[in-house]
Design a protein around this ligand. Structure first.
Ligand code: SF4
Length: 64
């Protein structure tokens, strides 16, 4: 199964939580917004934790 991970940068408040829980797949950019390092993954892994814990629901994962 392949998953696509996206971040709504307009919603992101730059809290850094997604990077804390899943540094394999999230990083902060120079604008202090989160970026997805690998948008398509076979296993969600910690990206699911990031999605569930983002305080503004900016992270979305969906099957593709
Ligand atoms: S957890 Fe959400 S609000 Fe915080 S940096 Fe990541 S995407 Fe942005």
């Amino acid at each position: 199964m392949t998953w696509k991970i996206t971040i709504d940068k307009d919603k992101c408040i730059g809290c850094g939580l997604c990077v804390s829980v899943c540094s394999d797949n999230f990083a902060m950019n120079e604008d202090n917004k989160a970026e997805v390092l690998e948008a398509k993954v076979e296993e969600l892994g910690c990206a699911k934790d990031a999605e569930e814990n983002c305080p503004v629901n900016a992270i979305k994962t969906r099957k593709i």
